[in-house]
Design a protein around this ligand. Structure first.
Ligand SMILES: Cc1cc2nc3c(=O)[nH]c(=O)nc-3n(C[C@H](O)[C@H](O)[C@H](O)COP(=O)(O)O)c2cc1C
Length: 202
């Protein structure tokens, strides 16, 4: 088992996979790591579709502007945000910030006792706003995968509409990323990173 530091330093985006399948038990462990991620209001808006079927993986690769390596991975996880919970009351509290509710199909954040009485958010705006929650869960999967010798690659260059049509999903689902996962056939060198002094704003 790797330490968190080791996993962070060892991780690479993997774009070549061995054909070997992944045990279901491992997939469940990866999704369990996602489940434990933090989220605003503890909303847990992440949803995951695990795709193993070759034809569907090929369509996902197409929807990702023909990034064909995606279909070579034994598993592709379609990582989404579900906005519905914010409208039906499942997501209920923003802790000390106030309450969240829906009025006429718009999310309302009631900032109790604050200068601003409330803010409204359209349904179509909500997906991108809550995507950061899903991103954290995805990175939990990415790092936990290393414990099983598995590699993955974030895929954000996607035609989201095509992915939604493929599964018949409505506007409650916002596509955040695809995550092809498998046993690496090639582990690339570390890509260059900015130095600490380049990322710290004095
Ligand atoms: C949000 C996000 C979107 C990305 N989208 C793609 C993508 O569509 N296709 C791809 O091949 N790599 C994609 N990547 C992988 C990056 O290219 C990669 O993380 C970066 O070059 C650094 O390399 P490393 O992950 O091996 O350290 C994405 C990464 C992130 C975090």
């Amino acid at each position: 088992m790797l330490t968190t530091k080791e996993a962070i330093e060892k991780r690479r985006s993997i774009r070549k996979f061995k054909p070997d399948s992944i045990a279901n038990e491992y997939i469940r462990e990866l999704l369990n790591a996602a489940r434990l991620a933090p989220s605003g209001c503890n909303a847990q808006p992440w949803r995951f579709k695990v795709v193993k079927d070759a034809a569907t993986k090929a369509k996902l690769a197409q929807a990702a502007y023909d990034q064909s390596f995606i279909s070579q991975a034994p598993v592709v996880i379609v990582c989404c945000a579900d906005v519905q919970g914010y409208f039906d009351g499942t997501v209920s509290g923003a802790q000390d910030l106030g309450k969240i509710g829906a009025i006429e199909g718009r999310i309302v954040t009631i900032l109790e006792g604050r200068a601003e009485a409330f803010k409204t958010i359209e349904r179509s705006e909500l997906g991108p706003r809550i995507a950061s929650n899903v991103a954290i869960a995805i990175e939990h999967i990415v790092l936990r995968a290393l414990d099983y010798g598995l590699g993955s690659c974030w895929i954000r260059l996607i035609d989201e509409q095509k992915v939604k049509e493929l599964f018949g999903w409505d506007d409650n689902i916002y596509i955040v990323a695809l995550l092809p996962i498998g046993y690496p056939a090639e582990i690339p060198d570390a890509r260059k990173r900015l130095e600490l002094n380049e990322i710290i704003i004095e």
